[in-house]
Design a protein around this ligand. Structure first.
Ligand code: BG6
Ligand code: MG
Length: 218
């Protein structure tokens, strides 16, 4: 049966996209150009360094590697200031309930996030103890859609990838889970995340029974 569930963080457990947006927008504005919500959408699941490259490209600006490092650090300092004020009310609907019921059912849980700030966020919203393993952006070398982050999660839990279910809101993350040989639940729109084995609007639509049905399908 199902041995473990591995969760993406941003857009699945908490909605930090708004904080990323504010920080990137401030940086873009300081550099003299605009940054839109639509552009922010394209950065879901994308690493900090790659996000900056895309933003500079949209603004038509070139920076040296050294300057890029400084800009990414500046953005992250604003972002970290904001996430330090996060509270348990910011946990997305159904997330805590699902994590609790997985624990009660003896199914292990891991976080598999591109974010280097994942530990702080989980701590601030008070659910760090509900994860048996946390794999974040500090522990991986290849970005999603590479399956590394999820394979490391399975390894840390001591379970086979085929016995894991991944939860993801980004296309690259859905692809990473599939590439790792895992079942994937997409959180969002069917039209966007169609490569997932199941797509739902949020974790409140998921319980142990839906996961068992999914796991036993195909
Ligand atoms: C992902 C977010 O979870 O983490 C991206 O969806 C973000 O938007 C990436 O760029 C890296 O996050 P951080 O916290 O390391 O800058
Ligand atoms: Mg995400």
């Amino acid at each position: 049966g199902i041995a473990a569930c591995i969760f993406d963080l941003d857009g699945v457990i908490v909605d930090t996209a708004v904080y990323h947006f504010k920080a990137w927008k401030r940086l873009a504005n300081e550099l003299g150009f605009n940054f839109t919500e639509a552009q922010n959408e394209k950065l879901k699941g994308v690493s900090r360094v790659r996000s900056l490259e895309l933003i500079l490209g949209w603004g038509g600006i070139e920076k040296s590697a050294e300057e890029q490092q400084e800009l990414a650090t500046r953005k992250n300092e604003w972002y970290v200031d904001m996430i330090h004020h996060m509270t348990p009310e910011e946990i997305l609907p159904g997330a805590k309930e699902l994590l609790d019921s997985l624990r009660a059912a003896g199914i292990k849980t891991a976080l598999g996030s591109a974010s280097k700030n994942a530990g702080v966020i989980l701590d601030k919203v008070g659910i760090l103890p509900l994860f048996d393993a946390v794999i974040d952006g500090n522990m991986v070398s290849a970005s999603k859609p590479d399956p590394e982050v999820f394979l490391k999660g399975a390894e840390a839990l001591g379970v086979a990838p085929a016995q894991c279910i991944v939860f993801e809101d980004a296309i690259a993350g859905v692809q990473a889970g599939k590439a790792g040989g895992m079942k994937v639940v997409g959180i969002g729109e069917q039209s966007v995340l169609g490569e997932a084995d199941l797509v739902v609007g949020g974790l409140q639509e998921i319980n142990i029974q839906t996961l068992t049905n999914l796991f036993n399908s195909k």
